[in-house]
Design a protein. Structure first.
Lengths: 434, 306, 272
């Protein structure tokens, strides 16, 4: 009964918003909700993790800008269905988080605002950004958003197991420089530890397959999208990228049936040597390595994908702020959005503590960032991280298809040439009907 | 024209008093509020969807009229045809099971005894969970790495099976999840029907010393035959629309083995922004459900007429 | 015969236990700390439990707003469906009017319309009307579901015609017959329909997701979904399960209440 009264009281309290004449800034984002833990936190430096740091930055911004009321819409990842519905019903937020890979879809339909003049106004120069960050927001010579970060898949390494496998030299992990070396080292690892070399979230989860496939295709100088309107996957390079992972799978050098969260838990438990997952896990694993107990305790390293073929490159994407087009947005709301973007870029260092690669070259070169754990090893990503060409539209559904067909080939459900032919046909079916 | 004719003829045939026709129109007032909703929320959107299926465009506007091109593309699209097969397979796996298990449960649990009340509540409880939770729980059951079934099979000294990662087993696993989740509805519908069967019929049967089996066959089943048809039709309609379970458990994989039509529609419309093509697939699904449900209805009513 | 009966009951009891295992597991996980679950889900069996996940849900007052929205929408839809379906069911089952049979068939055909075939057009309709992010927008689409009309028509047809004919002889109006004589007899059907309407409204996900985009208007399912799925945050399993229990509990209570009501209604009918 008391709970019911409490509930009613809270409902009533929530129903009576106070009148205010502040400018409303609607920020829509993913990265999860953590109001319970960070709802009142304004000390950004004390926040941890994507959700915590983002929430604290927004809280701090609101505290420092009493004339702005921030409405924070947190959406189910990745939030594009909701955004699309909102844009179709002319209910656009002022700022939205968006992956670099999908910006061109919204830009091509005139759904987001160009921001060259806006960024200039708040003193942000795209020239100071990394290649990958600048590419993410640049279409036809114009800028369409403010990059938040660049992410790339990494080799997260359990150094305790690597040591046991004899794969540590001079305190650093020994990494392969060719496919043959990779297989040799992985077999040595398995022989000495009794565990698979790789941990992968590969069950009912396709993003990892796509990242691996794109990365090792690019490393062989493969260009699947030489023509952005026609994919070309039926190449020897594409077949080699799949063959490598099929070989790893057939030789039992990887965990096979873990889904994403099982793989994360598995790596923390010491199920294998190398976890193939993105920059977003650096912080969590570092924290696990600082703990007294656990498989990673005192033994965690992280490096970019090693160069196994001709070119040192890793497939990458990134998060960005974009401003949806909205004829009803007032000058004051526009100004509030810019003030937030300026505030956010002043706190870019705080965001880089998530593990994601900073947007600004100067920050990557700064001693402050280098002093964060493992950042020296990751700095190379500033030049080696490469998104797909901007002209390629519908990258989001295409990634799913590429991942599904790669998974089918690697698990042996289909021969590699069939999977690549199916992949190419399905992707081109999308691109042909743009 | 054809519909106007019987109305003019009818008064002549039945000789109703003049006031009766006015009353006839007044009677329609009972169904009018619902029909208004029906037209606004189903007929109009459906008509718009049919029109969209002849166009090319996204949520932000129609680009071109393409006639039946979307439909010809659909029937040449191997992925779509695979989703049609997957959907039928899923319906075959689930609808008979849900109907028969639901009937069995209702027959056993149709008693006011306390244990039956408890069991009824248990069998219904899963229905209240949302699809997000159901799929999460069952992923944890099927997971070969620390999942419930894996723990059991390891205890029995067997290698755990990756149900959701095996093209042969993924769909049956989704079907089991669905039966667990949805069994409450058919059970309750059958229970409600059983409670409507007049007691006198059973009393008469008892006087005739009819056996349990005979009573079931001669009295109970005929009395609830209408509900039986209802349950089958409802389940056909519901299970043809399979969506959330594969979307959240398998993403349609492995190797497309669990991608149903609605997931295809969703991916095409919302992820690939091909609204016209998605609308065409939705029309095909509508037609299939209609045929399946009607066939069931016709078969049942023909049987009933005999 | 007896033994047959016992075998059937035993089978059902076993099935009941199997049904229960995953649910008990949800409950157990909801009482575990997220950190312990991240390392090993088998830690469920170590006997250490906590209420921290529930505290986390309550600590964030938003969830009450979402529950309030879900209640308003589910109750509104249930009331609307019961009213519209009862009226229409009576009309189709008992009354003569031009085009009755063809209209009923058309409504039945509506049963076969999948949500995905109409949802985009519906979204556009509500956009034109400017109704998104309102309660009516969340309630109205559910009122058109043909299932209720079908069910109520079937029930009204099953009631002996002599009942209303006797009342008509007393020169009661059509509406009085419907309201006073027939409607009370349909209570079991109302309860069944009510549960399922409430249930589908409570668990509906797609329409609220794209219609209620303002956090103040989120229903519980959308609100809970918005807090999930963050790739850097896989440790929230216990929290997620607590949310599931939290979201499922109100509806289970509703069911328990209606279930008792069904039994009473039937017992009452038998006693007469």
């Amino acid at each position: 009964m008391r709970a019911l009264v409490l509930l009613l009281a809270l409902l009533l309290a929530a129903c009576g918003p106070a009148e205010d004449d502040r400018t409303t800034l609607t920020i829509q984002r993913f990265f999860g909700a953590c109001e319970a833990e960070y709802g009142a936190v304004t000390d950004i430096a004390a926040a941890q993790g994507e959700c915590g740091i983002m929430t604290a930055i927004i809280n701090r911004f609101e505290a420092e800008n009493p004339d702005i009321r921030v409405v924070e819409n947190i959406v189910f990842w990745p939030g594009y269905d909701q955004l699309t519905a909102q844009l179709a019903s002319n209910d656009a937020p002022d700022l939205v988080t968006m992956h670099g890979s999908v910006i061109s879809d919204y830009q091509a339909r005139g759904l987001i605002e160009p921001m060259d003049a806006d960024l200039a106004k708040i003193g942000i120069a795209p020239a100071g950004m990394t290649e990958a960050a600048r590419a993410a927001i640049t279409i036809d010579g114009r800028v369409w958003g403010l990059p938040i970060d660049t992410w790339a898949p990494l080799w997260h390494i359990n150094m305790n197991l690597f040591r046991k496998a004899g794969l540590v030299r001079g305190g650093r992990p020994v990494l392969p420089s060719s496919p043959a070396e990779l297989i040799a080292q992985a077999e040595q690892f398995e022989a000495r530890t009794g565990k698979p070399y790789f941990v992968q979230g590969a069950a009912n989860e396709y993003a990892g397959f796509t990242r691996n496939f794109y990365t090792f295709l690019m490393q062989q100088n493969g260009e699947p999208f030489a023509d952005p309107r026609r994919a070309d996957f039926t190449t020897p390079e594409a077949a080699e990228a799949l063959r490598l992972f099929k070989d790893i799978y057939d030789r039992d050098l990887t965990t096979k049936n873990q889904d994403y969260s099982a793989a994360v838990a598995g790596f923390l438990k010491g199920d294998g040597g190398v976890f193939l997952v993105g920059t977003w896990m650096v912080g969590d694993f570092q924290a696990a390595s600082e703990a007294e107990e656990g498989a990673l305790s005192g033994g965690y390293a992280v490096v970019p994908y090693p160069q196994l073929y001709a070119r040192d490159v890793t497939f990458a994407d990134g998060h960005n702020w974009v401003m949806p087009a909205d004829p009803d947005r007032t000058a004051a709301e526009h100004e509030a959005a810019l003030r937030f973007l300026a505030f956010f870029s002043r706190h870019a260092f705080d965001w880089s503590r998530t593990g994601h690669l900073p947007v600004y070259k100067a920050m990557i070169d700064s001693p402050r960032w280098r002093a964060l754990p493992h950042r020296d090893a990751l700095a190379g990503l500033a030049t080696s991280a490469a998104p797909l060409p901007k002209g390629v539209r519908r990258q989001f559904p295409i990634e799913t298809i590429v991942g599904q067909e790669s998974a089918a080939a690697i698990s042996g459900a289909k021969p590699i040439p069939t999977a690549l032919a199916d992949m190419e046909r399905r992707v081109n079916d999308i691109l042909k009907n743009l | 024209m054809a519909t106007a004719l019987p109305q003019q003829v009818a008064p002549v045939a039945t000789h109703p008093p003049r006031g009766r026709r006015a009353a006839g129109w007044a009677n329609a007032l009972f169904v009018l509020p619902y029909l208004a909703m029906f037209v606004a929320m189903i007929v109009v959107p459906l008509a718009m969807g049919m029109w969209l299926s002849t166009t090319k465009g996204d949520l932000f506007g129609v680009e071109a009229h393409v006639g039946l091109a979307n439909f010809t593309r659909l029937f040449g699209d191997p992925i779509f045809l695979e989703t049609v097969g997957n959907t039928f397979y899923f319906v075959v796996l689930t609808v008979p099971a849900l109907t028969l298990i639901g009937l069995g449960l209702a027959l056993v649990l149709n008693t006011p005894a306390r244990w039956a009340t408890v069991l009824r509540t248990i069998f219904f409880a899963s229905t209240v969970l949302s699809v997000t939770v159901v799929t999460l729980v069952w992923r944890l059951v099927f997971l070969p790495d620390g999942g419930l079934l894996a723990v059991i099979s390891e205890a029995l000294g067997k290698t755990p099976i990756a149900f959701l990662n095996d093209p042969e087993l993924a769909m049956p696993a989704i079907a089991i999840t669905t039966i667990w989740w949805c069994i409450g509805l058919p059970m309750v519908l059958f229970l409600a029907a059983l409670q409507q069967v007049p007691r006198e019929l059973y009393e008469a049967a008892a006087l005739d010393n009819a056996g349990r089996w005979t009573t079931l066959r001669r009295i109970t089943l005929p009395a609830i035959s209408r509900t039986f048809v209802l349950v089958v039709i409802i389940e056909i309609i519901l299970q043809f629309q399979l969506f959330g379970q594969p979307q959240l458990m398998t993403l349609g994989g492995p190797n497309n083995a669990t991608r149903p039509i609605v997931l295809f529609i969703y991916e095409t419309g919302w992820r690939q922004w091909e609204l016209g093509y998605a609308a065409a697939a939705a029309q095909v699904l509508f037609a299939m459900i209609l045929v399946a449900a009607m066939a069931q209805y016709v078969v049942a009513s023909r049987k009933g007429a005999q | 015969m007896r033994s047959q009966n016992r075998v059937a009951i035993a089978l059902v009891v076993i099935a009941g236990v199997l049904m229960l295992v995953p649910m008990l597991w949800v409950l157990a996980l909801s009482l575990k700390s997220n950190a312990a679950l991240m390392v090993d889900t088998n830690s469920v069996f170590d006997g250490v439990f906590t209420l921290e996940n529930y505290a986390a849900i309550l600590g964030d007052g938003q969830v009450f707003r979402w529950i309030g929205n879900s209640l308003i929408v589910s109750l509104g839809m249930t009331a609307g469906v019961l009213a519209l379906s009862s009226l229409a069911g009576y009309g189709f089952a008992r009354l003569e009017f031009p085009g009755r049979n063809i209209l009923f068939v058309i409504v039945l055909l509506g049963l076969a319309v999948p949500e995905q075939a109409v949802i985009i057009a519906r979204h556009q309709l509500f956009s034109w009307a400017g109704w998104h992010n309102t309660y009516p927008a969340l309630i109205i689409p559910g009122l058109a579901a043909p299932f209720g009309v079908f069910l109520m028509t079937q029930y009204f047809r099953a009631i002996p015609k002599e009942l209303d004919e006797a009342a008509m002889l007393d020169s009661a109006s059509r509406f009085t017959v419907f309201w006073k004589v027939l409607l009370p007899l349909t209570i079991p059907a109302q309860a069944t329909l009510g549960i399922f309407t409430f249930l589908s409204a409570w668990n509906d996900y797609w329409w609220p997701l794209i219609s209620a985009t303002n956090k103040q208007m989120f229903t519980l399912t959308v609100g809970i979904a918005s807090t999930q799925m963050n790739f850097a945050q896989t440790e929230g399993l216990g929290f997620l399960m607590a949310q599931a229990v939290f979201a499922g509990a109100p509806i289970l209570i509703v069911y328990l209440f209606f279930q008792k009501y069904i039994v009473q209604a039937v017992a009452g009918a038998a006693g007469r």
